[in-house]
Design a protein around this ligand. Structure first.
Ligand code: FES
Ligand code: FE2
Length: 386
């Protein structure tokens, strides 16, 4: 019997030119994903993580991070159930002693069967790892497909002077609902009561509609692939009316005094949003929606600020702890998290992708779906989990 498909085939027939995006319920394979902060993995320590439905083991050896599938080749058990690391660069399965080398995944030894013909001839799956800006990135994909990390992060993220700080947590929704909520020009309606406003003067309309020329697809061969939405080419709405009576007002301050909340957003493969300038000019928010499985993603939030001196760096670190983390990443984005989680049930059986009723400004989200379908390097399937 063939495998049950991950996505309802009837739905796939109906969605047209963004079919590949709907198919990518478990994420796009052959891309780089941030999975933890570098500070969370000390020399010699092990971390168990999930990525695109696969369980992985990370270990730092002589300063470098390695990632290996957390599943023994012998009887398929998780090595992490009882990790036995007898030497620095190996892990021995707790069950029958199959021993793997972290750097290559090679089955180096079976402790009680030292002359087994399998030794040196079999490999457990390993994945390339790279560290940048204090994050550990894993390339979840096939050896012959490895691309430079710079093609999977938003422009500016790897800038030399940029100092990056952040946090991560698990959100109970598919990764795509993260991307779409973040890039959604209309969703700022949910932020109208944000705590971030209590200590800052925001100009914050209740919604804004893109005018012609606001949205640009970036698809150069050698760079990251994304869609940019320029808020200066939007028509903002400040007053919400029902039957001619104003019922909601977007906070609007003296433009000379207050700042616009942000000047634009962009969304990039494999699922990372860039918000400029946010929460204040000079700071940029970069946030990833990393697929863990069909119904959960890792929300990796970071803020970047250009710093050239130690004084600037410690100032940013202080402000991050006292202001931007509590009021921005926690306070402000808390509304995004529950919005994604309560959207999920509608998309659980895939029919949400055809039953949704989008309106005009949602065209920006459709641009993203099409771009992702065009440039995703591979669709993670159930077969990849085998
Ligand atoms: S299951 Fe791992 S060695 Fe047997
Ligand atoms: Fe938001």
């Amino acid at each position: 019997m063939s495998e049950e498909p991950l996505v309802n085939p009837e739905v796939l027939e109906m969605v047209g030119d963004w079919r590949g995006y709907v198919e990518a319920k478990l994420g796009f394979r052959n891309h780089w994903y941030p999975i933890r902060f570098s500070s969370e993995l000390n020399e010699g320590a092990l971390l168990v993580v999930e990525l695109l439905g696969e369980k992985l083991l990370l270990k730092r050896i002589d300063g470098k991070v390695y990632a290996m599938r957390d599943r023994c080749l012998h009887r398929g058990v998780p090595l992490s159930r009882k990790p036995d690391c007898y030497t620095k660069d190996t892990i021995t399965c707790w069950y029958h002693g199959y021993t793997y080398r972290f750097q290559t995944g090679e089955l180096a030894n079976i402790l009680a069967v030292p002359d087994s013909r399998l030794c040196g001839r079999r490999k457990i799956q390993t994945y390339p790892c790279e560290e940048a800006k204090g994050l550990i990135f894993v390339f979840l994909g096939d050896e012959h497909e490895v691309h430079p990390l710079s093609k999977d992060v938003p422009p500016g993220f790897l800038d030399e002077d940029l100092m990056v700080l952040g946090k991560h947590r698990v959100v109970d929704s598919n990764w795509r609902l993260g991307c779409e909520n973040g890039f959604d020009a209309l969703h700022i309606f949910i932020h109208k009561d944000s705590t971030l406003r209590h200590f800052r003067e925001f100009n914050f309309p209740i919604g804004h509609t893109p005018l012609p020329g606001a949205v640009t697809c970036i698809e150069e061969e050698d760079g990251p692939k994304g869609v940019e939405d320029d808020f200066s080419k939007h028509h903002p709405i400040w007053d919400g009316e029902i039957d001619g009576q104003i019922v909601v007002k977007g906070p609007k301050f003296d433009p000379k005094k207050g700042t616009s909340a942000s000047i634009g957003t962009s969304i990039w493969l494999p699922g990372v949003l860039k918000v400029e300038s946010f929460p204040v000019p000079g700071i940029t928010q970069f946030e990833w929606y990393v697929p863990l499985d069909e119904g959960r993603h890792l929300y990796v939030q970071t803020l970047g600020q250009a710093c050239t001196t130690d004084e600037e760096r410690s100032d940013f670190a202080n402000k991050f702890e006292t202001h931007w983390k509590p009021h921005g990443l926690d306070g402000f984005n808390a509304d995004d998290i529950w919005a994604r989680e309560v959207t999920q049930p509608f998309y659980d059986d895939d029919y949400g992708w055809v039953d949704e009723m989008l309106c005009e400004p949602d065209s920006t989200i459709l641009e993203w779906r099409r771009l992702a379908a065009r440039h995703g390097r591979g669709i993670q399937t159930k077969k990849d989990l085998r």
